[in-house]
Design a protein around this ligand. Structure first.
Ligand code: DQA
Length: 153
């Protein structure tokens, strides 16, 4: 059984108390528990990781790329948080590992928010993007990833 990874970037450890009007009441633990359930329902194992550090996220993507090449990992659901708008290094990491399907998720609709949130360095490297559905976006993303992994519709 292949593994799907859920990666969350900076400040997403504060979900539940961080700007609840924007990000909702669910905690990161709630999001990770739902991801585990959704992955299992879709026939995958799940692993979850959150970091406030860009390098730690880059290391996880490199590891995911190696595990994908070894047939252990299917792909990644990734909310890069504010690194979305700043990180050439995360873009390079995803491109650099080669064949790693990454679904980019944003809880909020970044396009209705400040102009600095409108550009994503991650999107050109992503296999799909889910924006603005609240924490339900993680479920939509894992379902989309599972579909992509099962081949063309
Ligand atoms: C976010 C949107 C980003 O602009 C922000 O910096 C976050 C969360 C979202 O999920 O809506 O930390 O990625």
């Amino acid at each position: 059984m292949k593994t799907l990874l859920l990666l969350n970037g900076p400040n997403l450890n504060l979900l539940g108390t961080r700007e609840p009007g924007v990000y909702g009441a669910a905690t990161l633990a709630d999001v990770e528990a739902r991801f585990q359930e959704d992955a299992k329902r879709l026939g995958f194992q799940a692993e979850c990781f959150q970091s406030n550090h860009e390098g730690a996220l880059i290391d996880k993507i490199h590891e995911a790329g190696r595990r994908r090449a070894a047939g252990e990992v299917g792909g990644v659901v990734f909310n890069p948080g504010a690194f979305t708008h700043t990180s050439v290094a995360l873009f390079d990491a995803i491109k650099g590992v080669g064949d790693l399907p990454v679904i980019e998720v944003h809880i909020s609709n970044v396009h209705t928010r400040e102009a600095f949130r409108h550009h994503s360095y991650i999107s050109p490297a992503a296999a799909g993007i889910v924006v603005g559905f609240g924490v339900d976006g993680y479920r939509l993303a894992v379902e989309g990833l599972a579909r992509k992994l099962s081949g063309p519709a």
